[in-house]
Ligand binder design. Structure first.
Ligand code: FES
Ligand code: FES
Length: 164
């Protein structure tokens, strides 16, 4: 079987994989990074969203071999207990989740939105950009609010965030 090599959350990883292995399978089953969820397997729900080379991708639509040599960031690569990423903190603060199943993908998509549109996000921009991420619980209102507030918080200096 071919060997795939990439960095995941800054750590070099390498494994023999079946060529049909999806990136999401590789993350969950080879690396046990189960924060990346599978909600549909048909590229609809966005629960599997991760960053590949700085861009949000649905990890159920990418083969592990297509990420060869790439840099992957999953939800486990953000923040840490006691020092959440500002977008994670915003979801907590603004009740942007209920069951939490969609949340890792929402947060990875949200950070990608900020990276592309900046820290001052209009509500309609967030709603349009979230069309590929489905939440069955929240009705989206609090997710949108969390993302607009998280986007602003991402502009704050890191030292200030750590001191909060
Ligand atoms: S599991 Fe990838 S989009 Fe739903
Ligand atoms: S919080 Fe339950 S699916 Fe979004």
């Amino acid at each position: 079987m071919p060997i795939v090599t990439m960095t995941v959350n800054g750590r070099p990883v390498s494994a023999d994989v079946d060529p049909r292995t999806l990136l999401v399978q590789f993350l969950r089953e080879n690396l046990m990074l189960t924060g990346t969820h599978v909600g549909c397997d048909t590229s609809q729900c966005g629960a599997c969203t991760v960053h590949l080379d700085g861009h949000a991708v649905k990890a159920c639509t990418v083969l592990a071999l297509q990420a060869e040599g790439g840099a992957v960031v999953t939800i486990e690569g953000l923040g840490a207990p006691g020092l959440l990423h500002p977008m994670q903190e915003a979801f907590r603060e603004h009740h942007g989740l209920q069951c939490g199943f969609c949340t890792p993908g929402m947060i990875m998509a949200a950070i990608d939105i900020v990276n592309r549109h900046g820290n001052e996000l209009a509500e309609h921009t967030v709603r349009e950009e979230l069309e590929g991420n489905i939440c069955r619980c929240t009705g989206y209102h609090n997710i949108v609010r969390a993302i607009t507030e998280g986007a602003r918080a991402m502009a704050a200096p890191v030292l200030n965030r750590a001191a909060e």
